[in-house]
Design a binder for this molecule. Structure first.
Ligand SMILES: Cc1cc2nc3c(=O)[nH]c(=O)nc-3n(C[C@H](O)[C@H](O)[C@H](O)COP(=O)(O)OP(=O)(O)OC[C@H]3O[C@@H](n4cnc5c(N)ncnc54)[C@H](O)[C@@H]3O)c2cc1C
Length: 390
């Protein structure tokens, strides 16, 4: 008889877990608390470590994905506008890593994962939250909102940065605010002033702020995200006036200010993260595996949160495929998953935090950063340990 797994959360991590578990031959039920399986209107960069997995699952061929392949990453100083370093992407990334570096609309990646999971035979239930979980008995048990109890051999916990299930299983509190907020916008390329339409991923580094922009959807839309130091007054993904952003950007060069002014409406996202994982414990408990932001929420300064979620799901697929319930029982397999993943995720979390300090540097630190980026350029920006995968 096939094993079965419950998945809490229908974001990128949960749907990827569903695709991976089906590929391993497991029965899958996904429970998503939102009324529909949807994603926010924002962009994502995916390095070759992540696109390699999408290719393995035949997702790169799906028309709904509409990926964009930028030719290069350009890093510039936000104050004087000078280029500090570049990294060749496009063909160069494919040649180096055997997979492309892509930018995507999150909703397109999400839609591709929903289609792939459903076609593979996963059962997707929207509008159903998992309220409580028990994973230390002979079966994983989940109580749905409304009181129904469901059982399976395992539970994949992928309920995001504010994971309530993590609190029950791992016993720690909510992921704290990082003290940074993100202003995000997605503009149809036709509405972007011609002088600001560039094919590259561009990152601007300024004192206590940075801004990243790149085309998505076959180049038909421009994703812009600016990070500043501060706190959001209220919840997630709110419409926002950009006074605080404009006031920080005032110290920047004309081109960057023009980019900020070109956006009519911003949305504000508070950035939450946790310190890097210190052991495998927060990635598996009994019959539960934690994936994505529930396991290792990170600042998006290495553009790898979704990439790590895809890697988690692929690693989970491998252990589920090996699990025979006798020699290799479920809890042992999930522990093996956690042992495989935690150090790499911790390294990415730590590097993401460090990038924030470097990107936002001022004074002597900014001067030293610019000097070393100009001297080392591509050698600093290329990350074989990351993009090469495991
Ligand atoms: C500004 C910004 C920029 C980013 N840029 C990048 C980038 O360029 N590249 C990259 O790789 N990553 C990036 N990331 C990170 C990436 O977006 C996240 O790491 C990724 O989306 C996490 O996916 P997830 O499925 O773990 O969580 P989520 O997307 O939060 O999904 C969790 C799901 O679980 C559901 N849920 C919650 N509780 C329950 C429950 N009890 N029962 C059932 N369902 C539940 C929620 O409704 C939600 O749908 C960025 C993040 C931010 C904030």
């Amino acid at each position: 008889m096939a094993h079965d797994i419950l998945v809490a959360g229908g974001g990128i991590a949960g749907l990827a877990a569903a695709v991976g578990a089906r590929a391993a031959g497991w029965e899958v039920r996904v429970f998503e608390k939102a009324a529909a399986f949807t994603e926010a209107g924002a962009g994502l960069q995916l390095g070759p470590n992540a696109t390699r997995i999408l290719r393995e699952w035949r997702l790169l061929d799906r028309a709904v994905l509409r990926p964009y392949e930028p030719p290069r990453l350009s890093v510039r100083d936000a104050v004087d506008g000078r280029e500090l370093g570049t990294l060749r992407l496009g063909t160069a990334a494919r040649e180096r890593y055997g997979a492309p570096y892509l930018t995507l609309h999150r909703a397109d990646l999400h839609a591709a994962l929903v289609d792939a999971a459903a076609e593979a035979g996963a059962h997707l239930h929207a509008g159903v939250a998992i309220a409580r979980a028990r994973v230390d008995g002979d079966l994983a048990q989940a109580d749905l909102d409304g009181g129904t109890r469901v059982e399976a051999d395992a539970l994949a916990v992928a309920d995001g940065v504010w994971s309530a299930l993590r609190g029950q299983l791992v016993g720690d509190g909510p992921a704290p605010a990082s003290g940074h907020v993100a202003y995000r916008a997605m503009l149809p390329m036709a509405q972007v002033p011609a002088s600001l339409r560039l094919p590259d991923v561009q990152a601007w580094l300024g004192p206590r702020m940075h801004l990243v922009r790149y085309p998505v959807r076959d180049g038909e839309a421009l994703n812009i995200v600016a990070f500043i130091e501060g706190r959001a007054e209220a919840g997630w993904d709110q419409a926002a006036g950009a006074d605080a952003l404009r006031s920080v950007a005032r110290a920047s060069c004309g081109e960057l200010q023009a980019l900020v002014e070109a956006v009519p409406h911003w949305r504000l996202w508070p950035v939450h993260d946790r310190p890097p994982l210190r052991s495998e414990d927060a990635m598996a408990r009994g019959r539960a595996a934690l994936l994505g932001d529930a396991a290792h929420p990170m600042r998006p300064y290495l553009a790898q949160g979704a990439g790590m979620a895809l890697e988690d799901a692929f690693a989970l697929q491998k252990v589920l495929a090996a699990c025979d319930g006798r020699v290799l029982d479920v809890a042992t397999c999930l522990r093996r998953y956690a042992l495989d993943r935690w150090q790499r995720c911790a390294r990415v979390q730590a590097r993401s935090r460090r990038n924030g300090w470097i990107f936002h540097a001022d004074g002597a630190l900014r001067w030293a950063r610019n000097l070393s980026m100009r001297a080392a350029g591509e050698r600093l920006l290329d990350l074989p340990w990351l993009y090469g995968g495991r």
